[in-house]
Design a protein around this ligand. Structure first.
Ligand SMILES: *Cc1c(COP(=O)(O)O)cnc(C)c1O
Length: 387
């Protein structure tokens, strides 16, 4: 019988041990033992599927991967120690020296830095497309182009990219489509349905949802994940069993948490849109969002992040932050605690002013990751700080 999202998130679990535990135990072990010489030989020859060493696989990681595969509609996956380990290992395993990739201009800061400051030294180069105009992508394709990389919604601007359109372009040119789905979570959006080959998550965000662990995961086709696995089992970015166990438990409540995150975020976005000290508000499920129709097509709800601009630029922005009392000033997102960030002076301060403007980050822009506190308390704090 085919089960629904919430049921799979809870009922997908490892086989019980002889103790018949209800909740899955933690397998804190670096290695696994063999029955005899033949078992050892066959295991290393990959004639059987079993755990050998936790850098390759571990029961807790496998359970976490299985859950995310079900949620994303993927065949296989690999779990990493952080979201960036997932981004780096996935791209490094697929791209050879001389290869070219195409990326959205608006991507996570560290990913942007990876493509600009590190990949070129291995002769892996990229071109950027403007997210407002997906029609410009085809002109960037060269005989060396292997993949297209994008995020939606984007960090920190909460822009939305049409996944179906990206899927069509990649299929037409036989490229690999890699989507960072971290801002949406697998509950709100499944990029594989629209043509993605690989989906990446930072598990640090909504998946854990309580600001405790760093994690990353890549899921997709068996063929591509096999490449990611071969590279990663040698280079060693594996997720720890403890963090995998925490995440697998977190996924049991993903749907119910994300529902509330989205409900709170939409209420805050509506409040901010009517506020006289605010220039503009961006949230995928606000009718005023330039890609509202696309967001409705590919997402179940708008996500936990709201971006807005305080009137009065940098100074007003900083005054706003100093007046915040309840919300946390922090760089994370997708936490049960609401978080406010000022991208221009923090996460994106290393970009030049031109680069910031190009990616939609203005001086007075504020990013709120709306948490699970009572919405009236969140609105009260933001309201008094805007005053
Ligand atoms: C946080 C984040 C990452 C990186 O994840 P870490 O777990 O911090 O390494 C990648 N992509 C997006 C969109 C993110 O928000």
């Amino acid at each position: 019988m085919k089960k629904r999202f919430e049921t799979n998130a809870i009922r997908t679990q490892l086989k019980r041990t002889e103790h018949l535990e209800h909740s899955v135990p933690l397998y804190l072990t670096s290695s696994f033992v063999f029955e005899d010489a033949e078992d050892m030989r066959a295991s290393f020859a990959e004639e059987k599927e079993r755990n050998i060493y936790s850098r390759y696989s571990n029961p807790n990681s496998s359970e976490f991967i299985e859950k995310v595969c079900q949620m994303e509609g993927a065949e296989a996956g690999f779990a990493f120690a952080s979201g960036m380990a997932a981004v780096f290992s996935t791209l490094a395993s697929l791209l050879d020296s001389g290869d070219h990739m195409i990326s959205a201009r608006n991507i996570f800061g560290s990913t942007h830095s990876l493509l600009n400051n590190f990949f070129p030294k291995w002769n892996i180069n990229h071109s950027c497309f403007k997210i407002e105009d997906l029609d410009t992508i085809e002109a960037l394709i060269t005989p060396k182009t292997k993949l297209i990389y994008a995020e939606t919604p984007t960090n920190p601007g909460v822009d939305v990219l049409d996944l179906e359109a990206l899927g069509k372009i990649t299929k037409k040119h036989k490229l690999i489509l890699v989507i960072d789905n971290c801002f949406a979570s697998p509950y709100l959006q499944q990029p594989i349905k629209f043509g993605a080959d690989l989906v990446i998550h930072s598990g640090t965000k909504l998946m854990d949802g309580q600001g405790r662990v760093l994690a990353g995961i890549t899921v997709g086709t068996t063929e591509l994940i096999d490449k990611v696995y071969r590279f990663s089992r040698i280079t060693g970015p594996a997720l720890s069993p403890f963090n995998a166990w925490v995440l697998s438990k977190s996924l049991e409540t993903l749907a119910i948490r994300v529902d509330r995150h989205c409900e709170n975020a939409l209420k805050l976005a509506n409040y901010l849109e009517r506020h006289k000290e605010v220039n503009w508000v961006k949230y995928p499920f606000l009718k005023s969002h330039p890609k509202y129709e696309v967001a409705k097509k590919q997402m179940k709800a708008g996500g936990c992040v709201v971006a807005f601009e305080v009137k009065g630029g940098l100074q007003a922005g900083q005054k706003f932050f100093d007046a915040i009392k309840l919300l946390s000033l922090s760089a994370n997102l997708g936490d049960s605690r609401s978080i406010v960030t000022h991208p221009a002076s923090t996460t994106h301060s290393k970009l030049s002013k031109e680069e910031r403007v190009e990616t939609g980050i203005t001086d007075g822009m504020v990013r709120v990751s709306v948490g699970l506190e009572h919405i009236d308390d969140i609105i009260e704090d933001v309201g008094q700080a805007l005053k």
